[in-house]
Design a protein around this ligand. Structure first.
Ligand code: UDP
Ligand code: MG
Length: 174
């Protein structure tokens, strides 16, 4: 709320003294945050549902428009063993068998993407796991169907991004 007595508009200039001009606290915090952000790589897979519905071009276009640079890309048909190894962390989950069936059902497109803060930024950009609940404008919201057929995979932390990059791109990763 504006205090009574001061007109709307920019605050009057402060007098020159000491270390002025010095960034205000909020400006200093955001400058530090920018400095902390590193260029990272992360792995995205366009899953068989999105390849089958012809959404590859639109998905890659959105990623490029969001500032992700494409560093590696393949078209693969995952075998059962590969899919089980890739999703080994979910081996004991009730959805595992269905997930493996889905991921081996047709071609998929793993790619390495690079930008500032890539891992966290991409997770936000694709939307939540369940496409039925992912927001409009997110990749999962716009191109997926449900909690299994959700159009894309994205690495969930930098360690897994590195591991998953090597899984698909071996020595070419990084
Ligand atoms: N999945 C599923 N049923 C579930 C949860 C997940 O079929 O109840 C599938 C879905 O394709 C998801 C993948 O398993 O993308 C891996 O699940 P995770 O919880 O790691 O979600 P993500 O990291 O992909 O958002
Ligand atoms: Mg996951």
């Amino acid at each position: 709320m504006r205090r009574a007595g001061r007109p709307a508009g920019p605050a009057p200039a402060r007098p020159q003294r000491g270390l002025w001009p010095w960034p205000r606290r909020s400006e200093a915090a955001s400058l530090l945050a920018v400095e902390r952000m590193a260029i990272e790589q992360t792995l995205l897979i366009i899953k068989p549902d999105a390849v089958a519905r012809g959404a590859v071009g639109q998905i890659i276009g959105r990623l490029e428009a969001e500032g992700f640079a494409l560093r590696q890309l393949r078209l693969v048909r995952l075998g059962r063993d590969e899919a089980e190894r890739f999703y080994a962390v979910h081996r004991d989950r009730p959805f595992f068998a269905g997930l493996i069936q889905f991921m081996t059902s047709g071609p998929a497109i793993p790619m390495l993407l690079e930008r500032e803060d890539a891992v966290a930024h991409l997770r936000r950009f694709i939307g939540v796991t369940d496409s039925a609940r992912a927001g409009a404008g997110t990749i999962r919201g716009d191109f997926g169907t449900d909690v299994q057929r959700n159009a894309v995979h994205a690495s969930d932390c930098p360690e897994n991004a590195g591991r998953e990059a090597v899984f698909f791109f071996g020595a070419q990763a990084g």
